[in-house]
Design a protein around this ligand. Structure first.
Ligand code: ATP
Ligand code: MG
Length: 412
């Protein structure tokens, strides 16, 4: 039989890679808590309508990337390609549209049927934040500042740039859409097939095309600045001012549009030059229409999502695993005492392990193999005196310590 492999586009996350992921999630979680965001977990699969209705029927995600299937009961379900729709669905389900604002953090796996490559997988993982129920520009600025603080705490401040844009309000977008249609229609023979389709359905999405020919055209396309209503322009200016006060550096990029159809006003990406074509590590924007799409009242909201795999690749070094203490009993009676010591070490917060078999030499080899920082050697004679020999494996220095004092001595 062929050896079994993980499904295409999925990966096992083990050892150092897992510690990188955990570090990203842990840093994000504690930072989100400082900003007043609480963590939610929503189901990994949802009724297909949660995504199909709301992500927009022109988005790549809905048209090409969803893992949808009928379950045994004949219901159409979809593995979540992103978590914003699920969070908004949960807000409505939980009756929380009356208790706004809600500030939500999440972390977990997402699923998209994509062509796998470095930094692009079919199961990948995101952290994300949603601030639901605040229409003020300060909500945008704070949500972006949370993203920035997480990236800075991960040591990535010098590696990423915040690119900011506005998609305006509905009136701005209508005027801009007309300008884009006029421009791209004049060059339609140079557009990719996908973008010709977008021209009819959602011309803004052409700005997000990855096709080289499209990108050349996009470079000279009109920008939204000239089409912003006064109100939309004021909103955008306020976001920029607040970002300044919160200490978040940014540059403007009029080409940023979001991949999904439900955005308005603020759109932004944190990008790096270190990951080739997969350079966007965090992306988000304002989505004032989504909660209503989900059956709730009209509710303003802003949020972002970041790819954990891409952030992990940028981390300078994987966090080290904590080094254990190895307990080495010599003989059966000593092993009985060793079990009590193991447990009291663990209760003191010390990572402690004991090999399941072997003489002194073998157990010492094992202690070195697991990179133990200390070994506690327990002979029958030592046990009788209520002590153990604690050997510092860095210096080789061995000292005799009362059993009761060992956990406190080895606690870090
Ligand atoms: P891209 O343009 O790279 O396809 P996107 O616009 O589809 O990104 P979003 O839906 O905004 O991405 O998701 C937010 C973040 O999640 C991305 O910036 C990226 O870091 C990460 N991400 C998205 N899709 C994948 C994937 N297939 N594999 C790994 N990370 C991903
Ligand atoms: Mg994508």
């Amino acid at each position: 039989m062929e050896p079994l492999q993980p499904a295409r586009g999925t990966r096992d996350i083990l050892g150092e890679e897992q510690r990188r992921h955990a570090h990203v999630i842990g840093t994000a979680r504690t930072t989100a808590a400082l900003f007043g965001f609480d963590e939610w977990s929503t189901p990994i699969f949802e009724d297909t309508r949660v995504f199909a209705r709301t992500l927009g029927d022109t988005s790549d995600v809905v048209t090409k990337e969803m893992y949808s299937f009928a379950d045994r009961g004949g219901e159409s379900l979809t593995l979540r390609p992103e978590n914003t729709a699920g969070i908004c669905r949960a807000l409505v389900t939980g009756g929380l549209t009356q208790s706004l604002p809600q500030k939500v953090f999440y972390a977990g796996p997402m699923f998209r049927y994509e062509r796998p490559q470095k930094g692009r997988y079919r199961q990948f993982h995101q952290i994300g934040a949603e601030l639901i129920g605040a229409a003020e520009p300060l909500a945008d600025a704070e949500t972006i500042a949370l993203g920035w603080d997480i990236l800075a705490k991960l040591g990535l401040a010098a590696d990423v740039v915040l690119e900011l844009n506005t998609l305006g309000d509905a009136a701005s977008r209508d005027a801009y859409r007309a300008a884009l249609v006029a421009y791209f229609s004049a060059h339609v023979e140079h557009l990719s097939a996908d973008s010709r389709d977008r021209l009819a359905r959602n011309p803004l999405r052409i700005l997000d095309s990855k096709d080289a020919g499209d990108r050349a055209l996009v470079a000279d396309a009109p920008t939204i600045a000239a089409y912003l209503t006064d109100e939309a322009a004021r909103f955008y200016e306020a976001v920029q001012n607040q970002l300044g006060r919160l200490g978040v550096p940014f540059t403007e990029n009029p080409r940023i549009v979001r991949g999904l159809d439900y955005y308005s006003h603020t759109a932004f990406e944190f990008v790096t030059t270190r990951l080739g074509a997969q350079g966007t590590v965090m992306a988000g924007g304002r989505y004032d229409g989504l909660v209503a799409e989900m059956g709730g009242p009209p509710t303003p909201a802003i949020g972002w999502a970041a790819g954990i795999e891409r952030l992990s690749m940028l981390l300078a070094a994987a966090p080290a695993a904590p080094r254990p203490v190895a307990i080495i009993p010599l003989g059966d009676a000593a092993e009985a005492a060793a079990l009590a010591l193991l447990q009291s070490l663990r209760q003191a917060g010390v990572r402690a392990e004991m090999a399941y078999r072997g003489n002194l030499k073998r157990r010492m080899e094992r202690a070195n193999k697991i990179f133990a920082r200390a070994a506690v050697i327990l002979g029958e004679d030592e046990i009788a005196r209520g002590v153990g020999a604690v050997k510092d494996l860095e210096t080789g220095v061995q000292t005799e310590v009362a059993l009761a004092d060992i956990p406190r001595m080895l606690a870090i």
